[in-house]
Design a protein around this ligand. Structure first.
Ligand code: NAD
Ligand code: UDP
Length: 338
């Protein structure tokens, strides 16, 4: 079976994808600098699957080090998860974001070329649709104007992959645009482990539920949506992980560039998420309405038809599953991997 190199594979989405790839029979090599993760996540991936992961502590920007790893392993395909992802921090420290996210991409593509590895999948984001495109977002739309440096790094990296593929007809690229991943592996052994105060909705909710934070502030209830709060396309991280398995099967068998949305196609509001979480888990999440958060779009969700047509992939988990599994992870690991 083929071997897949996961750059940034110890993180939230990478670790769940490692489980899905190992379960599907792929071999997995992970490199991560643990800037936002822990090697413990990969030890737990091994526990869940009963299989071994070749794990390296390495910065993906370090060409010599990544070449060593490619030398030691026969890599068939690469999935590029490595990147900084906090929107607010990217506004404060734009150069750090451009340096890390763009450099990791360039080093990976250069190393791939050196070792004649021509299959790559990239963690892009729905944020590249910008704020002006109509919903639902479909892959044929132009990339939009991003509202922060994080989003621009994703748009730029997509462009870099497209240009690299234009120059090298052997290169096969899948740009996966994730919507809002939440949830955790049903075992509760791996999950999302943010450092500091969570920026994203679900980890904030679970930290309120476990008593680490007092209450949730819902950012705005005067949006033009059914209940006035923002609506997003939340996707279970195991559905997302299985989407990567399908993308790997696809990329190994094809050439060229494909952009593929990974979402459910169904939006839920912030209030619906909090209410469902409380109902499914029987736990209180006190919340209050606050002002809008700068840069938030009232509503966006995926047209998920292409993933079904191209990969035969569709989501299988419900919002209830997402809420149950997020809580299962948090209550078993109140301090994450620490
Ligand atoms: P994460 O922070 O948990 O995972 C990213 C991993 O990359 C971390 O383990 C981090 O330590 C590692 N990393 C960062 N820079 C590195 C470097 N220079 N060298 C080696 N390792 C490095 O984030 P995630 O939620 O798992 O996201 C994975 C990817 O998906 C990211 O590129 C992110 O931008 C993208 N994405 C995430 C979401 C989301 O909501 N979680 C949505 C859309 C896109
Ligand atoms: N949100 C909120 N309170 C929080 C965090 C997020 O009301 O503490 C809202 C946010 O305004 C957005 C939704 O939850 O409407 C999802 O936010 P998140 O940051 O998780 O993802 P985004 O879609 O912004 O990438």
């Amino acid at each position: 079976m083929a071997t897949v190199f996961l750059a940034g594979g110890a993180g939230y989405i990478g670790s769940h994808t490692a489980v899905a790839l190992l379960d599907a029979g792929y071999d997995v090599v992970v490199a991560d600098n643990y800037s936002n993760s822990s090697p413990e996540a990969i030890r737990r991936v091994e526990r869940i699957t009963g299989k071994t992961v070749q794990l390296y502590e390495a910065d993906i920007r370090d060409s010599a080090r990544i070449s060593e790893i490619f030398q030691e392993n026969r890599i068939d395909a690469v999935i590029h998860f490595a990147g900084l992802k906090a929107v607010g921090e990217s506004v404060q420290k734009p150069l750090m974001y451009y340096r890390n996210n763009i450099d990791t991409t360039l080093t990976l593509l250069e190393t791939m070329a050196k070792f004649n590895v021509n299959k790559v999948i990239f963690s892009s984001s729905a944020t590249v649709y910008g704020s002006e495109n109509p919903i639902p977002y479909i892959e044929t739309m132009q990339r939009g104007v991003c509202s922060n440096p994080y989003g621009w790094t994703k748009a730029m990296m997509e462009q870099i992959f497209e240009d690299a593929a234009k120059a090298n007809p052997e290169l096969s690229v899948v740009l996966l645009r994730y919507f809002n991943p939440i949830g955790a592996h049903p075992s509760g052994l791996i999950g999302e482990d943010p450092t500091g105060i969570p920026n994203n909705l679900m980890p904030y909710i679970t930290q309120v539920a476990v008593g680490k934070r007092d209450h949730l502030t819902v950012f705005g209830n005067d949006y033009p949506t059914p209940d006035g709060t923002c609506r997003r396309d939340y996707i279970h991280v195991m559905d997302l992980a299985n989407g990567h398995v399908k993308a790997t099967d696809y990329v190994l068998a094809h050439k060229g560039v494909e952009i593929v949305n990974l979402g459910t196609g169904t939006p839920y509001s912030v209030t619906e998420i909090v209410e469902t979480f409380q109902r499914v888990n029987g736990v209180a999440v006190p919340y209050e309405f606050g002002p809008r958060r700068f840069g938030d779009i009232p509503e966006f969700y995926a047209n998920a038809d292409k993933a079904l047509a191209l990969f035969g992939w569709r989501t299988e988990k419900s919002l209830e599953d997402m809420c149950r599994d997020s809580w299962n992870w948090q209550k078993q690991n109140p301090n994450g991997y620490r």
